[in-house]
Every structure is written in structure tokens, then in C-alpha cells.
Design a protein around this ligand. Structure first.
Ligand SMILES: [Zn+2]
Length: 598
């Protein structure tokens, strides 16, 4: 998953941390079922209802009640969502005769006297603009299998299933599922079944061939990503995908589908990964933004890292309750590091762009209260309110960057984090299991010529110590530059009278000049204060002035215009990265290796 900016505030509320309390007791086991098939109906007639029809059919052997459950979460979206909330009109029948049923908990139905061919029907309300959920418009439906595909409680999830989409002839269906006829799809097991969301309706669909694979781009509503913008999207995908395939040496999919919704009701941009597709929801201003290729690169890298190479705590996925893991700094953070690398290696950004992406992460982490990566990973399920709930993205990305530098430094650039990722992919995922702490740290240590990472782990993964940039960046030929910027030091708000000062910070230009709360700012130096954006104009105008330069500040105070005598003051404004002109040949090789993947 990857979410940007104000979208965080729009995330749905989590109901409970440790699962919904919806786990039937351990001895709750459904009677076996067979020949499982699902039908989803969404067309021009039903579209305006804001809901869609779901039908499940299966064979029951009559040995006991059939107990069916819906998942409590969608893997990748680490929160309990209780999809059963949107089920309306549940009914079960056999041979046209209604069957008795009741609920065992809020997402589990018990069907009595089920024998022979059984049919279950319900309507599902698609009103959640969220990539883990279901959302419809008159001409479009997004749904996730986790929302609607019931599974037999306590039974193995390796049952095959068929999905039929009933829709209009001129509407499209996009999904990562394997086609088995017109709008008919199959999956060999439940994990695959619920990992392949659907678009149904009127949307645009393009594809591009990338290194022997196909990448499809589906976007709703039609025309929202125009011709020029689509060309840009396909070009960005063509650049990043081969770089990601190169890390692992293969892709397990032949076709990958990027499924994108653009809607102004969504506050930000968010992606949710699947094994051969992902669903993005973007506010219109994110279309064509710098964040766009970063989002694609992040979600597509997940098709290796987390959908296949996965922490053992989430292997296999369990759908009935939360599966916390301390490893989201690898599954999400290192995925985000590789998004930056794929952009740099594929030429979407240059070296300067990579430095900018990295410095932004450093500054973001420096601005938060210190929190350990493992703790942040475990806590995300409860969405902590202290601002650290998603710190494992930037901070985990930076941890990956540090490990990469350390391995390259220990091996004169012969090995890297790529070595670790590919080795673990081969030795854990390809062996049908998740990775453990031993798997991870042994692979890291092996790649780094046997160097121990115990101290690194204690300080920077389990611990909360600040990252040692002054020591590590020079090893990669990178120089940190601590930037200073002019600082007014005022909080202000827009009112009828203009921009009104609400507070001043000690040591800023405003404080030293004698600006007071309640003053209406008129000019700061030669910058007219017309709106709340005057600070950016001020920093631009005076960024190159010597500290202490005269800075007259004119305010309206008690109906009088007052000119205060101020001076330009500077404050720390974060870190910037640049290539170190004094870097050693080895450090230059390491930087070139990071940026090229060689
Ligand atoms: Zn992610």
C-alpha cells in the first residue's frame, strides 16, 4: 500500500486492533463444499442502485451445517474493515427451497440442512471509495474478492473457484484472474481468488509490452487520463517495470494490470497491491504529478516484495483476524526504496531526483518523534494518532538505503541489497514459505562478507537512534548539506482584515522586530502579504541575503499602520543531498551501483 498527503486523514476508521472478535471457536468447521462458483451482477439497470448482486453456488454433502465467512481485512490494507457490514438480503436455498440459516458471529453465516447443490444470494452495498473495498457509480464498479467471496470456515483454502461477471455487452471487465470464457474467470485457490480485484463498467483500457510481459492500464472514468497523460503513464511503466524485474531476475506474472480511479472526492492518492495488479485511487491533481510514477513503481514492486517474498507472520494470509508483523519496514519501506531505485535506474528521475526523494524521507523522519521500525510496523493496525503510524514507509526505505550502502561498502560494490532480495525470494518464497528474522539478517550478513548487523538492528530497527548519515552517506559519495532558510517565525490566519498574526516564535524575524499577536501583516521587507502563502515568497526573496540584513515589517495595529525594524534571521530547514566532489573512487562506484543496479 502507498498513500500520500492528505489521504491519510481520509482512511477509514479501524474498529478493533486485534481482530474483530469474529473468530468462531477453533472447533468450528464447516461441512465440506465442492464445485464453488460465484456470480457478480452489475449492469446499466442495477448500476444506479449503488449496489451489486452476488450469488454463490456449491455442492454440500449433507454431513452438517455449511458455515461461510467473509474476510475481516484485505491483505496490504493493514486494518480491520468488516466487509460483512455491507451485506444486504442474505438468503440460502437448495433446489428452489429456502434453507434455514443464522449467524455465528458478525461475518459468519451457518446454513442448516444444506445438501446437494446449494445457492447463496445477497446484495452488496458498494459505497466505499477505498481500494480495499467496493465502490460503484452508475456506470462503474470496483470490488475486491475479500468483500464478497465467502469461504467455508475451518476448511482448507486450496479450493478452486469460478467467477462469472454478468454485465452489459458494451461494458468492460478488468481483473488479474485467469480468463476461462467471456467474463468468466478461474482461480485455483482462495488466496488467488481474493487477491484479484475487479473493474466492471465503462472505463478506458490500454496496454504496453514491457520486456516480454504485458502491462495494462485501466482508468475510470473514461477520458479522465487524456491521450497525452496516458502516453506518459505507459512510458513511466515501461521504464520502471524492467528495472524491478531485473532485481529478481523474473516476474511470476505475464500480464500486470494497473487499475486506476480518479475522483475528486478522494483526498490524496493511494495504491493497494496484488500479485498481478494494483488499484490506485487518485485525486485529480495527482494525475501527472511526480508522485504518480513513484506510486506505480511502489505497487508493482510489491508483486515480488510482500505478495510473494513475505514475512512468515503473514504466511499464509489468514482472513478472519489481524496479522501484525514487525516487518512492514521491509514489506513497505524497502518496497518504497526500490520504487525510488526503479525510477532512477529506469530514467524517470536523474541522480538529482533520487537525492531529492531520499532527502525528503530523511527530513520527514527527522520531523517525527523517534519510533522504532518494528514498533511502527506492529502498531499500524491501530492507526496511532501520534503521527508515526506510517513511519515505516520513509524510515524503512532509509533503513534499506543504509543496508544497501553497508553491503556495497563491505564488498566494494560486488554485492548489494539486490543480492539479499533475490536470495530471499529464492530461498523462502520459492520454497513455499515466509521469511524469518534469521532468514533476513543471515542473508544481509552473508551479502556483506559476513559482517554482523546485530548492532545495526539494535540501534536502528528495534531501537530509536537517529540514523548515522554523516558516517554512511560519504561511503556512497553523497554529501549531506544542511540547509538554512530565512525564518519569519509567525503563525497566522486569514481573516476579513487580512493575514493576522496569531503567535510568534522566539528568535524569528517577527519576534525580534516586535510583531505581536493580533497585528495584521501588510508587508515583510518588499513582499506584500496578500495571503497565507507569503512565507514561501519571503523565503525565496531573502534566501540569499546575509543574516542580519535589514527587514522592515509593516503591520496594522489598532487601526494604525506601524513600521517595525526587523532583520533577516535564518533557521535549519532540513537536509539536502548532493554528490560529494571529494568522494573516493570506491564511493563513486557505490553510488553508480545504487543508481544503475549494477
Ligand atoms: Zn505498499
Amino acid at each position: 500500500m502507498r498513500t500520500s498527503l492528505f489521504a491519510l486523514a481520509a482512511l477509514p476508521l479501524v474498529l478493533e486492533a486485534q481482530g474483530p472478535g469474529s473468530r468462531p471457536s477453533a472447533d468450528t468447521v464447516s461441512a465440506p463444499i465442492s464445485s464453488v462458483a460465484y456470480e457478480v451482477t452489475f449492469d446499466k439497470r442495477t448500476g444506479p442502485s449503488g449496489a451489486f448482486g452476488v450469488r454463490m453456488t456449491f455442492g454440500a454433502d449433507g454431513s452438517g451445517p455449511v458455515i461461510l465467512s467473509l474476510p475481516a481485512w484485505t491483505p496490504g490494507a493493514y486494518e480491520i474493515s468488516n466487509f460483512a457490514q455491507k451485506v444486504v438480503g442474505f438468503e440460502a436455498s437448495a433446489g428452489g427451497k429456502a434453507l434455514g440459516w443464522d449467524k455465528m458471529d458478525f461475518d459468519t453465516w451457518r446454513i442448516r440442512d444444506a445438501s446437494g447443490p446449494v445457492e447463496v444470494r445477497f446484495t452488496y452495498v458498494a459505497d466505499s471509495l477505498d481500494n480495499a473495498m467496493s465502490w460503484s457509480q452508475d456506470d462503474f464498479l470496483l470490488f475486491n474478492g475479500t468483500n464478497v467471496f465467502l469461504y467455508p470456515e475451518g476448511r482448507p483454502l486450496n479450493f478452486a473457484a469460478r467467477v462469472t461477471i454478468n454485465t452489459d455487452a458494451d461494458w468492460l471487465v478488468a481483473t488479474g484472474m485467469t480468463p476461462a470464457g467471456h467474463n468468466v474467470f478461474t482461480a485455483s485457490n482462495y488466496h488467488d481468488l481474493v487477491d484479484m480485484p475487479f473493474f466492471v463498467g465503462a472505463f478506458d483500457l490500454d496496454s504496453v509490452s514491457v520486456g516480454g510481459k504485458w502491462v495494462r492500464f485501466a482508468s475510470y472514468p473514461r477520458g479522465v487520463v487524456g491521450t497525452q497523460a496516458r502516453t506518459t503513464v505507459l512510458s513511466q511503466l515501461s521504464k520502471v517495470v524492467p528495472q524491478e524485474i531485473a532485481v529478481f531476475g523474473e516476474a511470476q506474472w505475464n500480464t500486470y494490470t494497473v487499475m486506476q480511479i480518479v475522483d475528486s472526492a478522494f483526498g490524496g492518492a493511494s495504491g493497494l497491491e496484488h500479485q498481478n495488479s494494483h488499484v490506485d485511487i487518485l485525486s485529480p491533481q495527482f494525475v501527472g504529478s511526480d508522485f504518480q510514477p513513484s506510486l506505480y513503481a511502489h505497487e508493482i514492486f510489491h508483486s515480488w516484495n510482500v505478495k510473494r517474498l513475505r514475512p512468515s507472520e503473514m504466511w499464509p494470509y489468514v482472513y478472519s483476524h489481524a496479522q501484525p508483523t514487525p516487518w512492514l519496514w521491509v514489506s513497505e519501506g524497502i518496497t518504497d526504496y526500490y520504487a525510488d531505485l526503479a525510477e532512477a535506474r529506469g530514467g524517470v528521475v536523474d541522480q538529482k531526483g533520487f537525492f531529492k526523494l531520499t532527502a525528503e524521507k530523511i527530513n520527514e523522519v527527522n520531523g517525527l518523534v523517534p519510533v522504532a521500525l518494528e514498533d511502527a510496523s506492529l502498531s499500524t493496525w491501530i492507526h496511532p494518532v501520534d503521527g508515526t503510524g506510517y513511519v515505516y514507509y520513509p524510515k524503512g526505505s532509509l533503513a534499506g538505503f543504509m543496508i544497501d550502502i553497508m553491503i556495497r561498502d563491505a564488498t566494494d560494490n560486488a554485492k548489494s541489497l539486490d543480492t539479499v532480495m533475490r536470495e530471499l525470494y529464492t530461498t523462502t518464497y520459492k520454497q513455499g514459505k515466509g521469511f524469518t528474522a534469521d532468514d533476513w539478517w543471515n542473508a544481509v550478513s552473508r551479502a556483506a562478507n559476513g559482517q554482523s548487523f546485530a548492532d545495526f538492528y539494535a540501534k536502528y530497527i528495534d531501537g530509536r537512534e537517529p540514523y548515522p548519515w554523516a558516517e554512511l552517506l560519504p561511503k556512497a559519495g553523497i554529501k549531506p548539506v544542511f540547509e538554512k532558510a530565512p525564518r519569519m517565525g509567525v503563525s497566522s490566519q486569514q481573516s476579513q482584515a487580512g493575514v493576522v498574526v496569531t503567535a510568534t516564535e522566539p528568535g524569528g524575524s517577527a519576534d525580534l522586530a516586535g510583531v505581536k499577536a493580533g497585528d495584521v501583516l501588510l508587508t515583510v521587507g518588499d513582499i506584500p502579504v496578500e495571503d497565507l502563502n507569503f512565507g514561501a515568497r519571503f523565503r525565496l526573496r531573502y534566501g540569499n541575503s546575509p543574516e542580519g540584513s535589514p527587514l522592515p515589517i509593516v503591520v496594522m495595529r489598532g487601526g494604525q499602520k506601524v513600521t517595525l525594524t526587523g532583520k533577516v534571521m535564518f533557521a535549519n530547514a532540513g537536509m539536502r543531498l548532493e554528490a560529494d566532489p571529494a568522494a573516493t573512487a570506491k564511493a563513486r562506484r557505490i553510488l553508480a551501483g545504487i543508481l544503475s543496479g549494477k
